[in-house]
Write a protein that binds this ligand. Sequence first.
Ligand SMILES: [Fe+2]
Ligand SMILES: [Fe+2]
Length: 142
Amino acid sequence: MIKFDNNLLTHVEEMDKQHMKFVELLNNTYKFLREGKKDEALELFERDLLAYMEHHLSEEEKFMEKIGYPELEQHRKVHELFRREVYNLAPLIEKGDSKAFREALSFAWGWLYSHIAKTDKKYGIYAKEVEIDLKKKDLAAV
Ligand SMILES: [Fe+2]
Ligand SMILES: [Fe+2]
């Protein structure tokens, strides 16, 4: 099982919620597979998890656009790599190979963990700065 911890908080509430939900979906897929429920695992993965991943990546990119985040293009490229990593898990579920899936998941999780803890976190810091700047401007206008 993989675990969400405070190190992963970007302090952008909506993004944090989405990250937690994504972790939950990964864990539930693994749980089904470990119990030998291959069809359920595959259905959850293909119907819910992949859709949720696409939803999250696009929401996150929209958010970065909204705050005028300067590193958006780089971040978008990393998301593309991440997408591929996650899609690679599908054949392992199809095979019902829970051991291989667990290994691939722990690899993907290492990757995802450092993406959230380092790269995603940076837009959280930027968003705070933008917020502070806006407040200063508001005060100056008074
Ligand atoms: Fe991201
Ligand atoms: Fe993210």
